[in-house]
Design a binder for this molecule. Structure first.
Ligand code: NIG
Ligand code: FE
Length: 408
């Protein structure tokens, strides 16, 4: 075999093998090859195996001198485009007010909506680009970015257009999702906004291919299940995938709606209950948990351990956003999922790679396997578990996308 590049000196080459989301105990089935090499041709993985078994010829060789290699991470849930800040909320919360009280009083998400509405596209991109760079440095080469801080339907389109421009400014692969919050002006008149979303927004977003999925924030202080169903149904009719923010503070039933409608993922789940674990286990919907929110808001952590024990497929995201999760590291999200949600290191890596890929609709990502994109991480250490063990320093030494080392 002829390859463009051979990467040798890999202490441990770690990956899942084979397509599809991993449920339950299968989340621990990683392959670890010691003393490995990895060949790349045309940006794709051409071969992997024990170094002593390489019989081909490579135009160039790189020696990692005994460092571990894992698949690049996928961050399946961010709100990385916003203007303004939420430091006043942070102070209010540290003085005893809850996230929901602040939202109800017109702060929280509504204050980000106001600040984002008054920013130009250029400002939004300038503010979001360094956030992408930080996520990328932390190991995420594929990042889902949601709109959702729109003041009216066309403001969501402007946010999605900003995400498109952002795409050109980073080597990271960005997937965009249309997220619907309730704009401040529509809190009393939700029906007319739903009509605008279904009649104007979704058709235009689908037509211009500005987003691959629709996400609805279902919560007592946000959209209710019957309202979400109307918008999700419309999105599906326009060929979009669907997702939900649900069961964050209360058991609201968005989880059942998502499963019933074939959602790619239901996200948050801090307040979900045992009978819902079984429903997830029996479905193809991914349970995306967001430990940064539990840490930052001090709310209960989603029952990651119990979800996996029940047989669900769990993914982990940063939920990077100014209000509930100012977490700029995909590796740290995995580290927190072990400490707060009870995942093992193997499960956390699976949750941040293969299952995170499925949560954003990608079936051939998150693995190091011949024929797939050569997106992987070179870690600082020789043991891959440091990716998840280390807190407060970056365990990632190099980030590779499409067979090229990202300059950072
Ligand atoms: O995932 N829709 C809710 N979303 C975010 C929070 C957004 C915000 O507080 O600005 C979440 O927690
Ligand atoms: Fe979110």
């Amino acid at each position: 075999m002829k390859a463009d590049l051979l990467i040798t000196g890999i202490s441990q080459l770690v990956t899942a093998k084979g397509r599809g989301a991993r449920h339950g105990a299968a989340m621990r089935e990683l392959e670890v090859v010691e003393g490995a090499s990895l060949a790349i041709t045309g940006g794709l993985i051409a071969w992997t195996g024990k170094s002593c078994e390489w019989a081909g010829h490579a135009s160039e060789t790189v020696d990692l001198e005994g460092r571990a290699v894992v698949p690049a991470l996928i961050d399946p849930h961010t709100h990385a485009v916003w203007a303004g800040d939420r430091l006043a909320d942070f102070d209010a919360r540290t003085s005893g007010k809850s996230y929901e009280e602040i939202l109800k009083a017109g702060g929280g998400i509504r204050s980000s909506i106001r600040a984002t509405a008054s920013a130009t596209q250029e400002e939004l991109v300038r503010l979001a680009a360094p956030r992408m760079a930080r996520l990328l440095r932390s190991g995420a080469t594929t990042i889902e970015v949601k709109s959702g801080y729109g003041f009216e339907p066309y403001a969501e389109i402007a946010m999605l257009e900003a995400i498109q421009v952002l795409r050109a400014s980073t080597p990271a692969r960005i997937l965009s999702t249309l997220l619907i919050h309730i704009p401040p002006a529509h809190v009393q008149d939700r029906t007319s906004y739903i009509a605008d979303v279904c009649n104007l927004l979704i058709p235009e977003v689908a037509n211009k291919k500005l987003a691959v999925a629709l996400d609805i924030f279902v919560e007592q202080e946000a959209w209710h299940v019957d309202e979400a169903e109307v918008m999700l149904h419309c999105a599906r009719q326009h060929g979009m995938a669907i997702k939900l923010h649900s069961e964050q503070f209360q058991r609201v039933g968005g989880l059942e709606l998502g499963i019933h409608m074939g959602a790619l993922s239901v996200d948050h789940l801090e307040a979900c209950v045992p009978e819902q674990f079984e429903l997830l286990a029996a479905s193809s919907t991914i349970a995306t948990i967001l430990p940064g929110v539990s840490l930052h808001l001090g709310i209960a952590a989603a029952p990651g351990r119990q979800l996996i024990d029940a047989g669900a497929a769990v993914a982990v995201g940063t939920d990077l956003n100014p209000g509930s999760s100012p977490l700029f590291s995909a590796a740290a999200a995995l580290a927190l999922a072990v400490r707060l949600n009870g995942l093992t290191t193997e499960e956390a890596l699976m949750a941040g790679t293969v299952n995170a890929a499925c949560a954003v609709g990608l079936i051939d990502a998150g693995r190091i396997e011949a024929g797939l994109e050569a997106d992987f991480l070179v870690l600082e250490g020789r043991d891959w578990r440091e990716l998840i063990y280390i807190l407060g320093a970056n365990p990632v030494r190099e980030v590779w996308i499409h067979g090229e080392k990202v300059e950072q």
